[in-house]
Design a protein around this ligand. Structure first.
Ligand code: ADP
Ligand code: ADP
Length: 233
């Protein structure tokens, strides 16, 4: 069964008297272990789709089944619970706590999950190791490079062993070389079996994904296996 299955999802935003159709009957199925990029120009509906897939919002119409669970009609509280369990988020701006060490940043989601301190530190250290940053466990964000900060954020996203890694413009604040290093890390995570969804408007970044879903005006314009991928190996 797919990890993600949206069937005819629409999203309408009401702006005063105006109704904005951000998504128009979007149907997408994503299997466990896929690496997918959502692409499209500004205003095409990428953020709206990501918010729904990431359980931050619900569709106006249609259904969304995540790991066998219909989440499209859930309350905000139910949605938050599913989100914490199923989704690991990575953002353009890293969103790390500035005064906390890498280890403490990565361990944070484990506090909500109810683990004791020893288990939290062990799991956080394992997660830092998986992104190659265990030697920076005691450093604070301002003592790290941009690429290292993003790797800490990726370790934090993965520490709860989520079903999906959902990355919103993950290289938007990084220089070209560092962006490609982060994409190399995503490739390694993909090889380990992680399911990755990345939202980007950059062709150079989307090309790393193994499947590209292109949105335009709230519609899926194309959904193709990335035949370009061989150029990276
Ligand atoms: P993208 O991420 O591709 O730029 P969005 O999903 O942000 O696209 O936006 C899709 C459409 O929905 C745009 O027309 C945008 O202006 C509109 N939109 C997005 N969020 C809201 C909102 N909260 N309220 C009203 N309109 C919105
Ligand atoms: P590990 O725990 O060593 O990372 P697993 O075999 O548990 O390896 O999982 C491999 C990958 O599949 C991980 O990225 C994990 O987050 C993901 N995964 C685990 N369970 C599920 C699930 N029910 N649905 C989708 N992905 C999952």
């Amino acid at each position: 069964p797919p990890v993600i299955e949206t069937t005819g999802i629409s999203k309408i935003y009401q702006m005063g008297a105006e109704r904005i159709h951000a998504l128009r009957s979007v149907t997408i199925s994503i299997q466990r272990g896929e690496y997918v990029a959502f692409m499209g120009p500004s205003g095409s509906g990428k953020s709206t789709l990501m918010n729904i897939v990431g359980c931050l919002d619900t569709p106006t119409d249609g259904s969304y089944v995540l790991n066998g669970q219909d989440v499209s009609r859930m309350s905000d509280n139910q949605l938050a619970e599913v989100r914490n369990k199923e989704i690991g988020f990575v953002f353009q701006t890293f969103n790390l706590l500035p005064r906390a060490s890498s280890l403490d940043n990565v361990a944070l989601p484990l506090i909500y999950a109810g683990y004791n301190k020893r288990d939290r530190e062990e799991k956080a250290m394992d997660s830092l190791r998986s992104v190659g940053l265990d030697t920076r466990a005691k450093h604070r964000p301002n003592e790290l490079s941009g690429g290292q900060r993003q790797r800490v954020a990726i370790a934090r996203a993965l520490v709860n062993n989520p079903s999906i890694l959902l990355a919103d413009e993950p290289t938007g604040n990084l220089d070209t070389k560092t962006s490609h290093e982060i994409m190399d890390l995503f490739e390694a995570l993909y090889a380990k079996g992680h399911t990755i969804i990345m939202v980007t408007h950059e062709e150079d970044i989307a090309r790393y994904a193994h499947r590209i879903v292109r949105l335009r005006d709230g519609l899926v314009e194309s959904d193709t296996v990335n035949t370009d991928i061989a150029t990276h190996h």
